[in-house]
Design a protein around this ligand. Structure first.
Ligand SMILES: Cc1cc2nc3c(=O)[nH]c(=O)nc-3n(C[C@H](O)[C@H](O)[C@H](O)COP(=O)(O)OP(=O)(O)OC[C@H]3O[C@@H](n4cnc5c(N)ncnc54)[C@H](O)[C@@H]3O)c2cc1C
Length: 506
């Protein structure tokens, strides 16, 4: 997503851009699993912040609506704890408040109102100062927010945990669990993530969309637009090395041996792959490696087509474990949770909950990012699968597990797809007040070598990764323009020499 957004901006600015993708199709974590004729979204499924894509397409001379059909969801998600105990969050915040009141009482509804106001404020403070701006440090962030707005600076609550902050709003632990789950969208534990991440609740309230035909259509539409603007997208093209000369990135070399000269290189792989030598020793100096204990969450996923589900699944349904702290303690200890919280994406359903007799389902549970140390073994993956079934059965979801064809993805499989990550899906976990600032930014220690993607600033998630790509394109264009100016001055007739710029986003 970061690479595609970056390529789109560069192509829109007339830069000759080549996007090199190791996999057979663009999209990265935005991924589709085929079971028979069914194409099942088996990566991101919740699309928020559509304004990011509206702006991206508009700046590339197109409209998002002309390329992909998005349907806003009236039910953001359904949440269940056991049979008969369920709660919907709605796009209409008043309906959510009523639902919470009916579920947990008037005090909980009041708590929700206060929580929404706080989450909105955090989001408003950080949107321009953090999300769409280059990576700040604590001092520059304070400067952007404005020292005269110190109250806003403390309102983002970097020093409190999300779990703790939720305790101020909700006595009912189920509601803490529900809103604490937003931390996992960035691969963090709600018990360690800063309360700042409550802004994700506000992001969802501003809209969740379903992409017609699956999330990968969005990646395809972006790739098609890059090509329409004269860019090149090459799939099955694995970059083996980023060449460095004179302290700057000058070319990439593919596994096939092909060399592509470049005046700017944008790396969309997990930055840890760069730091650990996945693109050669010289390029590894670009950034520091992520310590193993700082890795974000991985996942255990199942994609399947299944019959019968007595529970009224909606597009996004979450079945919560009874003990959230224990679940994250299991993961921190390197184990799959014994009683997991299970997210289910029922991809044939919209708000009306109608589904065909055989429907496409995708399940996600959080898992430890130790895929490079063998997690999960086959036996553990089978245990995890049984735990998912037990949880769902307890909530009244009855599926023909025996007759269904299923595809698993374990942390080890994610690690193979995203090298040097251990299966961590979101880079460094944003734990503690400093976690967010430790994420790498766009620029690296090597000139002309930039980073984009969900493991870089401003953070994880499809729209955020796209924003990171836009920041990388802006930085590269700025640097190229300044080099061009200086080379024109230094080289007689310099600007008339053939422009040999290739921007590779690997
Ligand atoms: C199971 C799952 C569920 C998720 N759910 C959501 C959700 O509901 N909503 C949401 O917003 N986000 C969700 N996310 C997170 C979101 O998908 C990611 O944050 C985002 O897509 C990451 O994009 P990225 O730019 O980091 O690139 P990635 O998706 O990581 O892609 C990087 C690309 O680089 C390629 N690459 C790596 N090395 C090389 C090389 N050497 N040569 C060539 N190519 C290379 C890879 O093949 C890959 O295609 C989910 C993620 C997962 C895995």
């Amino acid at each position: 997503m970061g690479g595609l957004a970056c390529a789109l901006d560069l192509a829109a600015q007339g830069a000759p851009v080549v996007t090199l993708e190791a996999a057979a199709a663009p999209g990265g974590k935005m991924h589709e699993t085929r079971i028979g004729d069914a194409a099942i979204d088996s990566g991101p499924t919740v699309l928020t912040m559509r304004w990011v894509f509206d702006a991206l397409f508009a700046d590339a001379g197109a409209t998002l609506d002309a390329h992909v059909r998005l349907t806003p969801l009236a039910i953001l998600a359904r949440h269940a704890w056991r049979a008969g105990e369920q709660l919907d969050l709605h796009a209409d915040v008043r309906r959510s408040e009523d639902a919470i009141g009916a579920f947990a009482g008037a005090a909980a509804a009041r708590g929700f109102r206060g929580f929404c106001a706080e989450a909105r404020r955090v989001h408003d403070v950080l949107e321009g100062a953090f999300l769409t701006a280059p990576k700040p440090n604590p001092v520059t962030l304070a400067g952007r927010i404005g020292l005269h707005r110190m109250h806003d600076l403390f309102a983002i609550r970097p020093f409190e945990t999300l779990w703790g902050a939720l305790g101020r709003h909700f006595e009912d632990v189920r509601l803490r669990q529900l809103f604490g789950r937003y931390a996992t969208y960035c691969g963090a534990s709600p018990l360690q993530a800063p309360a700042t991440l409550m802004l994700i609740a506000d992001v969802e309230q501003r809209g969740v969309w379903a992409v017609d035909g699956g999330m990968q259509r969005l990646a395809e539409a972006m790739a098609a637009r890059v090509v329409a603007l004269g860019g090149d997208i090459r799939c099955g093209a694995e970059v083996a090395e980023i060449e460095i000369a004179g302290g700057a990135a000058t070319a990439v070399r593919l596994r096939s041996g092909e060399r592509i000269a470049a005046r700017a290189v944008v790396c969309n792989a997990d930055p840890n792959a760069l730091a650990c030598g996945g693109f050669g020793r010289a390029a590894s100096r670009a950034i520091r490696a992520t310590p193993m204990q700082a890795r974000s969450l991985s996942a255990f996923t199942l994609a399947m087509t299944a019959r019968r589900a007595d529970f009224p699944l909606t597009r996004h349904t979450v079945f919560f474990s009874r003990d959230y702290p224990r679940e994250f303690a299991d993961i921190a200890a390197g184990r799959a949770p014994s009683e997991p919280t299970v997210y289910v994406c029922a991809q044939d359903r919209g708000d009306d909950a109608a589904a065909p007799p055989s429907e496409r389902l995708f399940f996600i549970v959080n898992a430890p990012p130790s895929g490079d140390r063998g997690a999960l073994t086959d036996a553990e993956a089978s245990e995890c699968e049984s735990a998912i079934k037990t949880k769902l059965e307890a909530c009244g979801v009855h599926l023909d597990w025996g007759g269904a064809e299923m595809r698993r993805t374990t942390p080890a499989m994610f690690h193979r797809r995203f090298a040097h990550t251990g299966g961590a899906l979101y880079g460094r976990a944003p734990h503690g007040w400093a976690g967010t600032f430790l994420r790498p930014g766009t620029r690296t220690a090597i000139a002309n070598l930039y980073l984009a993607g969900g493991a870089t600033h401003p953070g994880a998630g499809v729209p955020m990764a796209a924003l990171s790509g836009r920041l990388a394109a802006a930085a590269a264009l700025r640097d190229l323009a300044s080099t061009r100016r200086s080379s024109a001055a230094a080289t007689p007739g310099g600007m008339s020499t053939r422009r040999a710029m290739t921007d590779a986003s690997a």
